[in-house]
Design a protein around this ligand. Structure first.
Ligand SMILES: [Zn+2]
Length: 383
């Protein structure tokens, strides 16, 4: 309904009168005297002042909003996140207790595509998928500065074994390092299959960059011979000795998503320079400068005020997607027949026993389940 001019004026005056009356009422209440006021540490913090990783880390399901990456990779959040089923025809998600197998739908689609196409081509037996994003993105309780807007995925460079891993194994198995020493790759783990899966990931248009350890980038340059253009998306990042960090561009329709632009310093000449400089430094390490040491202050954690305003709506939205409960034990079906209803039976997940939020869980099965809580990432390798 549209209000005409005079009617709108009356409403405005009426509204102002109420606002004035209520503010007059508010000021009429005497503020508590210092000894009446609770001590500062007992007063509840405004939501906007609480560390944002506490707020986002507590969310176990996605925000029921149109899918949208909001903000920047290291300062933002995710609306309408999608859950990657822990088990598919050509992938298995790892570290399920962290509940970070969520992302923008385009990333979920990309991971599935990379997994199935590489397997079909005989390049790679399947992906072990590490951290993607929390259900609503945002800063994480541990492990990553980025991965906040649902456009990042860590994919292990360890081939998927030819069997379904148990929950326990997905928590405990370590990925194999690609390095023999800080400067060079280990031919036992850095195989032609590893090169093929990284190259395939880089071939997809929506992929903006892929982070791997600088020594892996150097190893890729040496292995690529004359075929180098695809390496311009591969960037040397500290850590990342066990996995590749795939980052996609801002997807269409993600208003408020800030792109990082074309990666720089990604030429093989830059990799050669990194190698020469690092080798020289290792052979003749510089002494640390003498004089008083200045300790760098740790940065305060991000709060809601530091994030785009739309992230408040993301936190406030109704939950959607994914499981409400995740099975603790993942066992082949012959050992535990139909213990819990399954999700995505068509993608081979029937044995996986992860109930969907909307499916009833039998009481006996529910007793064996628990809602995952975010766990510390623990290892630098998965940043
Ligand atoms: Zn990473």
């Amino acid at each position: 309904m549209e209000w005409s001019g005079p009617a709108r004026g009356l409403i405005l005056i009426f509204g102002l009168t109420i606002a004035h009356a209520s503010s007059a009422q508010t000021t009429a209440i005497a503020p508590p005297t210092p000894d009446q006021a609770p001590p500062a540490e007992e007063r509840p913090l405004a939501k906007s002042k609480i560390a944002a990783n506490t707020l986002f880390g507590a969310e176990s399901r996605a925000a029921k909003l149109k899918s949208r990456a909001i903000g920047f990779y290291s300062r933002g959040c995710l609306a309408g996140g999608e859950w990657l089923p822990p088990d598919g025809t050509a992938w298995q998600a790892m570290r399920l207790s962290r509940n970070r197998n969520w992302a923008h739908p385009n990333v979920v689609k990309l991971v599935k595509r990379l997994a199935t196409e590489a397997k079909a081509a005989g390049e790679w037996p399947g992906l072990l998928v590490g951290d993607m994003t929390q259900p609503r993105g945002g800063p994480m309780t541990s492990g990553h500065a980025s991965h906040q807007i649902g456009l990042d995925a860590d994919v292990w460079l360890t081939p998927m074994p030819d069997r379904r891993l148990t929950w326990e194994e997905r928590e405990k198995i370590s990925a194999a390092s690609m390095l023999k020493d800080p400067l060079s790759v280990n031919p036992e783990t850095f195989t032609p299959g590893v090169i093929a899966i990284i190259k395939r990931a880089a071939s997809y248009d929506e992929v903006e960059r892929i982070g791997v350890n600088p020594a892996i980038k150097f190893g890729l340059c040496r292995a690529a011979g004359g075929d180098k253009p695809w390496l311009s998306k591969i960037q040397g990042w500290a850590g990342h000795t066990y996995h590749m960090h795939i980052r996609i561009k801002c997807p269409p329709g993600s208003d408020g998503c800030r792109s990082q632009g074309t990666p720089d310093g990604t030429s093989c000449a830059a990799a050669e320079k990194w190698y020469a400089d690092t080798k020289a430094w290792m052979e003749n390490p510089k002494k640390p400068p003498t004089g008083p040491k200045t300790k760098r202050k740790p940065k305060p954690p991000l709060t809601l005020e530091d994030l785009p305003n739309a992230c408040r709506d993301v936190l406030a939205a109704a939950p959607t997607g994914g499981p409400t409960l995740i099975a603790k034990g993942i066992v082949p079906p012959e050992q535990k027949p139909a213990a819990v209803p399954a999700v995505e039976a068509s993608s081979g997940a029937a044995a996986f026993a992860v109930p969907h939020a909307l499916e009833p869980v039998p009481p006996a099965a529910a007793a064996a389940l628990e809602v995952p809580k975010p766990q510390p990432a623990g290892r630098r390798a998965e940043q």
